[in-house]
Design a protein around this ligand. Structure first.
Ligand code: CA
Ligand code: CA
Ligand code: CA
Ligand code: CA
Length: 478
């Protein structure tokens, strides 16, 4: 009961302050929408009566976590509705449908060199400040039996350096034209509720077109699994793998928790091994946490970006990277000198999106509840860190990868995250019997120590593909 009150209070406070201080910038949640979790044993009749009391319609339900997505009547305020719902005994929690942003910092400097894979000092960095991919590739280059889901802006599944590593849903009949989702047979062949979902799904439009209209998801896809050794473009951490495009972020890199949750459940249904999540928010969605816990129960590793604001997320949690679920791996970014990535002054905030103009915003600290000025207004924009809440670093400054129909460099914890998801993929390819938590352990126990993360992450180091694989090989030979 105490917990319920605390959650209610937190949710209420967040909304209050959001409304008071954030009117000038984009709202942090979808207007007129609420996610509500009913207590175990609730009936459809209870839920329907709650809806009519509050004045809301059902959009969809997530039966596995007892959560309903609601659309409020036009005159109803989200804060008011959340408050009202949280006061009901049949409700475990209610919250806004929060909005997340990509964690990339665009950088127009063209650097067609993959220093993160193999660093010889080609970018005036430090030689061997890299993940030792060539050494790892002597052991393992990936396997098409490993499914890596990218919850993002979609993936250009036609990209010349990705097309052979895009997942194909074996339960659906092939599209007549493999590049055109409209040439499916119009039948939900595998009965998963999605018609012709042959190459993933678009959770915004609820269609089988997961094409990337932003570039961000395609960039992450290339880091994980651009086809290797094919004389084209770049090499992903995995030369071969199956990338599952799960589009919930729009062309502006913005998406909400309801659609993220749908993507997670789809990934569970489709047997995905690893989820790569290069997006975040400082709002805590309990619905998203419940979905990540469901993924944990399904044995899925959930790799997430630590965020780009140069702040300590032990004090100012970023989500989903700070959700306290065992399968979450929170990834910080490092540069070509093995230092913590800095994007410079001027504010990269929230993914280099609109956070420069957020101004004075209140954030909550972990209990006991403390409010103070938004740390992003005085921190130097760079990778977030945190002794407890951040697990390890990976290359995240000026990372060259696939982008829309071509290639470019981007920076951010968005780019560091797929490096770690990619190395997790190599480990799974090497030994398919590894559990997701064993993979997490190998990732964290086999990093290169970085002084910048001394006391500032769980592992205090940067991911190393070769070391992690070697540890995996030892485990196999035992
Ligand atoms: Ca190296
Ligand atoms: Ca289907
Ligand atoms: Ca079909
Ligand atoms: Ca290639």
């Amino acid at each position: 009961m105490k917990k319920k009150l605390a959650i209610t209070f937190l949710a209420f406070m967040t909304i209050m302050f959001s409304i008071s201080f954030r009117q000038a910038s984009k709202p942090d949640f979808v207007p007129g929408e609420v996610l509500v979790k009913f207590r175990t044993g609730y009936t459809e009749a209870t839920a329907t009566s709650v809806l009519s009391q509050v004045g809301a319609k059902r959009v969809q339900t997530f039966p596995r976590i007892n959560v309903w997505q609601l659309k409020l009547n036009v005159d109803l305020d989200v804060a008011e509705a959340v408050n009202k719902l949280n006061a009901l005994s049949s409700v475990e929690y209610a919250e806004p449908n929060y909005i997340y942003h990509t964690c990339a910092v665009p950088n127009d400097q063209y650097l067609p060199l993959q220093w993160g894979i193999h660093n010889t000092g080609q970018t005036d960095g430090v030689a061997d400040a890299d993940i030792d991919a060539p050494e790892a590739w002597d052991v393992q280059t990936g396997n098409s039996s490993v499914l890596i889901g990218i919850i993002d802006t979609g993936v250009n599944y036609k990209h010349e350096d990705l097309q052979n590593n895009i997942w194909i849903n074996p339960g659906e009949d092939a599209w007549t034209n493999p590049d055109n989702p409209q040439t499916g047979n119009g039948v939900d062949d595998d009965g998963n509720g999605k018609v012709d979902d042959w190459k993933g799904w678009n959770f915004i439009t609820n269609t089988n077109e997961p094409m990337d209209d932003a570039g961000h998801g395609t960039h992450c896809a290339g880091i994980i699994g651009a086809e290797g050794n094919n004389n084209i473009g770049i090499a992903g951490v995995n030369w071969q793998t199956q990338i599952v495009p799960l589009k919930f972020l729009n062309a502006d890199g913005e998406g909400n928790s309801a659609n993220a949750v749908e993507a997670i459940f789809y990934a569970i249904d489709m047997g995905v091994d690893i989820l790569s999540n290069s997006w975040g928010s400082y709002e805590e969605s309990l619905t998203l946490r419940d979905a990540i816990a469901a993924a944990d129960n399904a044995g899925i590793l959930f790799v997430a970006a630590a965020g780009n604001d140069g702040i300590n997320t032990d004090e100012y949690p970023n989500y989903p990277s700070c959700h306290d679920v065992p399968n979450v791996v929170s990834v910080a970014a490092s540069d070509d000198e093995d230092k913590r990535s800095i994007w410079g002054s001027g504010g990269g905030g929230g993914g280099g999106s609109d956070c420069g103009s957020c101004g004075f915003i209140m954030y909550r600290k972990p209990m006991p509840l403390v409010w103070e000025k938004d740390p992003r207004t005085y921190a130097t924009a760079g990778s977030n860190y945190g002794a407890i809440s951040v697990d390890l670093a990976a290359p995240g400054t000026e990372i060259y990868s696939t982008y829309l129909t071509s290639y470019r460099s981007l920076s951010g914890t968005s780019m560091a995250t797929p490096y770690v998801a990619g190395v997790a993929g190599l480990l799974k390819a090497q030994n398919s019997s590894l559990t997701h938590l064993e993979i997490k352990q190998m990732l964290l126990e086999n990093t290169n120590f970085l002084a910048d993360f001394d006391g500032r992450s769980v592992s205090e180091g940067r991911v190393n593909a070769f070391s992690a694989l070697s540890a995996g090989a030892m485990l196999v030979s035992q």
